[in-house]
Design a binder for this molecule. Structure first.
Ligand SMILES: [Zn+2]
Length: 63
């Protein structure tokens, strides 16, 4: 179920709090509900989460 992490994780772009699923695992993509920036979960243990800006790969598939 969705929870707000004990240790607040905020968007690296707009500083809004990110909502992270309680069972989220490392590598999961967390999208900011305020600005839409995607973050990759780089650590998830005991309610402590860390995120980095997710690399944008969508536009690399050719047209
Ligand atoms: Zn944001």
């Amino acid at each position: 179920m969705p929870v707000i992490a004990d240790k607040a994780v905020v968007c690296l772009v707009c500083d809004s709090p990110l909502t992270i699923d309680g069972d989220a695992e490392k590598g999961e993509i967390i999208e900011c509900s305020a600005c839409g920036q995607e973050h990759e979960l780089t650590a998830a243990a005991d309610g402590v989460y860390e995120v980095c800006i997710a690399p944008e790969v969508e536009e690399d598939w050719g047209e």
